[in-house]
Write a protein that binds this ligand. Sequence first.
Ligand code: HEC
Length: 216
Amino acid sequence: MSRIDNERRARRQARIRAKAFSGGERRSDRLLRQMVDAAEENESEIGMGLADRISRKLGPKGRYLAAATLIGSLITAASIYYERRMVDTAVRADWQDETLVAQGHMLYRDNCAFCHGDTLEGQAGWDGDFPSGNRPALPLDGSAPIWRLSDDDIFDVIKYGGQPFSPRSYKNNMPGFEIQLTDPGIWALVAFLKSRWPEDVRQRQAELEMERTGGG
Ligand code: HEC
């Protein structure tokens, strides 16, 4: 490769990098590195055999367009992959994820502690008999039978409130947070709650969920 070719290549790579790193999106550095490496690798293949002939036919402008198209699709693929991964992680209530749990803790203090207590202890008298509703806020620390609810159930109760899941004659005072909280925020809350349960409560919930879904 001639010196001019090398210089052109270096300039093009600088442009790719500039393009990849602009746009303000929060893509992971590792992914960007892979993306840029893949683009560079592909470029170094141009200059061999069939690719060489095609590339010569395309001319400098055509080559640039081909590279731009390739890079464009790489960027698209990388951002789709990254977004999928974000959704995937946000959709699980991983109680061992310290960042998620810390975020859930903050949301809990701001939105839930008022009724459910600073230490998730709930309100006095929660285990009394309330045939027509108005039960006080239940403990969320695992001392009430919260294990009967799956992660999805807990998510739904937080998002839509308790009423949709209660008989019409029953007045459920758990409000819904659909407007105040985002879905990832609600998953963070579920993760936080689960992080405060004793291990046997988490196990009981998992076993029940396995029975329900027919697994295990
Ligand atoms: C205005 C008071 C109030 C606030 C604020 C509140 N809750 Fe509740 N919550 C209740 C009451 C009351 C119940 C019990 C409803 C019933 O069983 O009739 C309840 C029930 C629940 C349940 C179901 C527990 C079970 O075992 O059935 C969950 C889960 C829950 N709340 C989570 C939350 C979370 C998380 C927040 C904050 C985002 C929150 N709550 C905010 C009053 C509140």
